[in-house]
Design a protein around this ligand. Sequence first.
Ligand SMILES: C[S@@+](CC[C@H](N)C(=O)[O-])C[C@H]1O[C@@H](n2cnc3c(N)ncnc32)[C@H](O)[C@@H]1O
Length: 171
Amino acid sequence: MIGLEAHYSANDIEARILAAIRAAGLDPGQRLSPVELAALDHFHTGGFRASLVLKDLAKIRADDRVLDIGAGLAGPARMLAASPGCRVECIDLSPDYFVAALLPNRLTGLEDRIGVHVGSALAIPFPDYSFDVVWMQNVGMNIADKRKLYEEIHRVLKPGGRFAFQGDGRR
Ligand SMILES: C[S@@+](CC[C@H](N)C(=O)[O-])C[C@H]1O[C@@H](n2cnc3c(N)ncnc32)[C@H](O)[C@@H]1O
């Protein structure tokens, strides 16, 4: 999407996010914390609590470089960028989610630690050995080609890197 169409689409998404934030009783004119937004932006089973558990299991540190695959609104990325304070790159297939992640990144003051990119898990737009941690919540279940998915995750992880995930769709 280009030009005016993209512009109005982005405005519409931002307006809807602002409305949801106000409806949650929050003031988007004030600096918001990822914890305050957590009921709105963790789109997976168990919500924010599951993200906290995954963060502990993966032992994520401030100096880790993290890739969040299928990041959605980037709620989990903001949680990690706030504490332990690491750099997180987000990819998502959906340009709408890409746009939607930018406003809450700004409202939480975390935009400098979070990169947002449109991209596919099956062709991750980063070089080999780029990340200490690959993070993926409730995305793998949408992806039939598991071999390609895990080849790509393996490719972008540094040797000894960690893969933190929930809900990849296997039974
Ligand atoms: C249930 S949402 C989870 C969002 C986020 N991980 C979270 O837990 O808050 C699934 C997300 O995966 C994205 N997605 C699905 N297939 C994908 C693919 N092949 N590559 C990248 N993103 C994908 C969707 O666009 C959507 O944003």
